[in-house]
Design a protein around this ligand. Structure first.
Ligand code: PGA
Length: 251
């Protein structure tokens, strides 16, 4: 199974600042362990600069944080699949909880975007996760299974196999309160069990991942990497997570 460590820079870093961070990562990438796909997802405005800087080296791949499902049209403020393809974007994060909460991104939107990404040859990283209220009400399984099934509805088996999923408990995002690895692994088992095709699909854990806690996740059967926010904004801490991801020994 592929291991992926993806950095979601959110609304951080101007293009100039993004270049400085990516230069720091390139300098550290000589020590990245083999067999790990390392992805950075800068803001749209930094994609072009970062894409030029990454050209010719394969240790780090480019991601985007969102995408519309149409190739063009009257969608003010949106970004289309061909616009991302032009910069060699290999991954796109879809359905992040911040976009679901602040931009009204529904399961239906995530489904349309997932199909569009696959059609464009961009690997979707589909994010699911429960709020603290849902967790405390015992609704975690129902929430993450519904989000997963609805995002993947109508996809062929081959298409499903090309998706990456991310389990991000909303209460763990940016709070410093990461989920217990065993608990996350349990929830991710429910996600993996949604469809037979998901048996070989990487599922990433996200929510306050740091170099110090990454190895605990990497050791879990159903966890195949991480989607990292805050700790991806410093080259040394993100590189520390990449190195720790190799130490867990997930199959
Ligand atoms: P965090 O964010 O690592 O800062 O908790 C994770 C995410 O939102 O993807």
């Amino acid at each position: 199974m592929r291991t992926i460590i993806a950095g979601n820079w959110k609304m951080h870093k101007t293009a100039r600042e993004a270049l400085s961070l990516v230069d720091g990562l390139i300098a550290l990438s000589a020590d990245f362990p083999p067999g790990i796909d390392v992805v950075v997802a800068p803001p749209f405005t930094a994609l072009e600069a970062v894409s030029h800087r990454l050209r010719g080296q394969t240790a780090i791949q480019l991601g985007a944080q969102s995408m519309h499902w149409e190739n063009q049209g009257a969608y003010t403020g949106e970004i289309s699949p061909p616009m991302l393809q032009e910069f060699g974007v290999a991954y796109v994060i879809l359905g992040h909880s911040e976009r679901r909460a602040a931009c009204g991104e529904t399961n239906e939107f995530v489904r349309l975007k997932t199909r569009a990404a696959l059609a464009a040859g961009i690997t979707p990283i589909v994010a699911v996760g429960e709020t603290l209220e849902e967790k405390e009400a015992g609704q975690t399984q129902n929430k993450v299974v519904t989000q997963t099934v609805e995002a993947l509805e109508g996809l062929s088996g081959d298409e499903c196999a090309r998706v990456v999923l991310a389990y991000e408990p909303i209460w763990a995002i940016g709070t410093g309160r990461n989920d217990d690895p065993h608990n996350a692994n349990h929830t991710m088992h429910w996600i993996r069990s949604c469809k037979p095709e998901l048996a070989r699909v990487p599922i990433l854990y996200g929510g306050s991942v740091k170099p110090e806690n990454m190895a605990g996740y990497a050791a879990m059967e159903n966890i195949n990497g991480a989607l990292v926010g805050g700790a991806s904004l410093q080259a040394e801490s993100f590189a520390g997570i990449v190195r720790a991801a190799a130490s867990g020994g997930s199959a």
